[in-house]
Write a protein that binds this ligand. Sequence first.
Ligand code: NAD
Length: 449
Amino acid sequence: MIEAIVNSQKDFFKTGKTKTIAYRKQLLKQLQSEIINQEDLIVKALYDDFKKPEFESVITETAIVLQDLKRTINNINKWAKPKRVFPSLLNFPSSDYLYSEPYGTVLIIAPWNYPYQLALAPLIGAVAAGNTVVLKPSELTPNTSALLTKIIKNVFPPEFVTVVEGGVDTSTKLLNQVWDYIFFTGSVGVGKIVAKAAAPNLTPITLELGGKNPCIIDKTANIELTVKRIVWGKFINAGQTCIAPDYILIDASIKNKFYEVLKDELITIYTKNPEKSSDFARIINKKNFNRLSEMLTNENCMIGGKTNAEDLYISPTIIDEPSLNSKVMEDEIFGPILPVISFKNLNEVHKIINRYPKPLSLYVFSTNTTQAKKLIKEFSFGGGCINDTVVHFANHKLPFGGVGNSGIGAYHGKYTFDTFSHKKAIVKKANWLDIPLRYAPYSGKLKKL
Ligand code: NAD
C-alpha cells in the first residue's frame, strides 16, 4: 500500500501539474478554508490527546498554521519566481538566475508534542514549493492525527498529498522507500535512524531534533520578568517543548530571591493545586510519565514534585542543585521538571554547558547586554533569546533549526519554501560577444591574465 502511494505521487509529480503555481495556490487556499472550518475540532482533538489548554492550542498550533498559510499564499508567486542575481564579470555578457525547483516526492515525519503545527508547517512549505507529500503524524496523538487525515483528504488528491498514520513499523516502511526529500521532527535517536535510511540514496534531509537547552541567569537579571518568562516557556505544554529551557544556571547570589519570586509566580498562574488548573497540560503517555517520575527520585524538589499516574499529571517541579550525574541532568527532560544549578563564576557555566552536545536553544537573562551577547557568541546552539525564552520561534524571519546533535537544516516563513526547493543556478550567456581567452591553445595566455 505504501509503495503504491509513493509510486502514484511520483507519477503525479512527473505530470508537471505541481509545477503550476496557480494550482499550488488554489489548494493552499482550500486548505486554509478547511482548517478555518475545523478549528474547534482541532482544539478539541488536542485536548483529547493530552488535555492541551485551548489558549495554548490556539497560540502555539492553529494560529501559527493559519498565519503561515496566509503568508505563503500571499508570497508564493514572489518566492517561486526565478531570481535574477548579479552576474560575474568573468562571464560577461550574461544574465544569471536562480530557479526554485521542487525536489519531487517528500516524506514528512512529525512528533506528538505540537502534533498539528509541526505536521502542517512543513507540509505547507513543501506544497508551496511544488512537491508531492506523504505526511506521517505521530501515533501518540491519535485524535489529532485522525483529524489531520480528514483535513488533508478533504483538500488534496492523494497523489498530491496524503497522510499515512501509524507507529514505528509504518515509519520504518516509509523510510524504506526512495524519497526526493525527508523532513523529520523528533528525537535525536530517531533522527539518526532517518539519516541512515536517507544515506544509501543520498536523499537530502532536514532533521529538527532536540537537546538539553541551558538557561543562564546572571546577577544583573531583572528577576520578576526573568521568572515570568521562564515559567511560561518551561511549563507551556507541560514542558513538552523542544525549545523549553531544560535547566537553569543561576548566579549563586540571586538564587534565593529567584526561588521566592518563582514560588509566587507558580501559584499566581496555576494556583496552589496545578492539577485542578485548566491551563496545565498532561504528560503524553505512561512511558514518558514513568521516565519523568524517575527523574524525581532522591532529588530535592524545592517546588512541586507531585505526580498522579492515573491522570498522567506531573506538577510544575523545581529541583534544587541536582548532581550533574543525576537522571535529570543526563538527557533532555521534555517535561515539567526544571533543575536549578548555581554558579559562582562563568567558567562553571562553560564547563556544564560543554558537557552536552550542541543544544537546540540557549537563553541568557541579563541586563548587561555586552555580557549577554558575549555568552551568545561563545556557545554553539540552534537559536535562542536574550531575556526571554521560546519566542524566537515566533519570528518567521528567523530560521528555526538546530546545529550538530540538535539538527540539520532550518525552516519557518520563506525558509520553509527554500528548504523544499532545489536552487538551480543558471547563467544565460549572450552571443553578441565572445572573449576567446579561455579557449586552447593556452600558450602565452597566463601572462595576459
Ligand atoms: P520520536 O523521535 O520518538 O518520534 C517522532 C516521529 O518518529 C513519530 O512520528 C514516530 O512515529 C517516529 N518514530 C519513532 N520511532 C521511530 C523509529 N524507530 N523509526 C522510525 N520512525 C520512528 O520523537 P517524539 O517523542 O515524537 O518527540 C519528542 C522529541 O522531538 C524530543 O526530543 C524533542 O526535542 C524533539 N522535537 C524537536 C522539535 C524541533 O522542532 N526541533 C520539535 C518537537 C520535538
